[in-house]
Write a protein that binds this ligand. Structure first.
Ligand SMILES: [Zn+2]
Length: 164
């Protein structure tokens, strides 16, 4: 599994914090990280512990999100509803959990923090997700194997890791 950042967030602070949290997750949990840079806004990214690719929103939408059945089950809207605003692709700033086959299993559908969105948005925002999994114990993602969790497990059903 790998964590993927569709860069850049519009907001510089979110972008910098995402890069910091990705580094933390890589350093402390050995989680593989990578970036698809689809909207370059904030200058060069240096000292990043994973691959950085340059893509377009159309490329990542076709490859990762469009008609993705696994993703359809883990997010509230369909991918086309979630990542298109007024018929224009709106993906930059989101993060995704990608399995070993390259399938996106979950992705945030809102960049930034839940503040400013309707109640309940924290389960959909990129920053809340990253801060949650960077702060042990996470009830959304097993930090050992990156399996998605329901939130009430005491150990990971995939790898057996017991949550502290
Ligand atoms: Zn696990």
């Amino acid at each position: 599994m790998i964590l993927r950042y569709y860069a850049d967030s519009d907001v510089r602070e979110w972008h910098d914090h995402t890069l910091r949290l990705f580094r933390t997750l890589y350093d402390t949990h050995g989680i593989a990280v990578e970036i698809d840079r689809i909207d370059e806004q904030h200058g060069p990214i240096t000292d990043f512990p994973g691959e950085i690719r340059y893509s377009t929103p159309e490329e990542v939408y076709e490859r990762d999100l469009k008609r993705n059945r696994a993703l359809n089950q883990t997010i509230d809207q369909t991918p086309s509803e979630a990542f298109k605003r007024y018929r224009k692709l709106d993906i930059a700033g989101n993060v995704a959990v990608v399995d070993d086959e390259g399938t996106v299993q979950w992705a945030s559908t809102l960049p930034g923090y839940a503040d400013g969105y309707r109640p309940g948005a924290a389960s959909q925002t990129a920053m809340d997700f990253l801060e949650d999994i960077a702060t042990d114990p996470s009830n959304r993602l097993c930090v050992e194997c990156l399996s998605l969790l329901d939130g009430d497990e005491t150990f990971c059903p995939n790898c057996g890791y017991e949550f502290p």
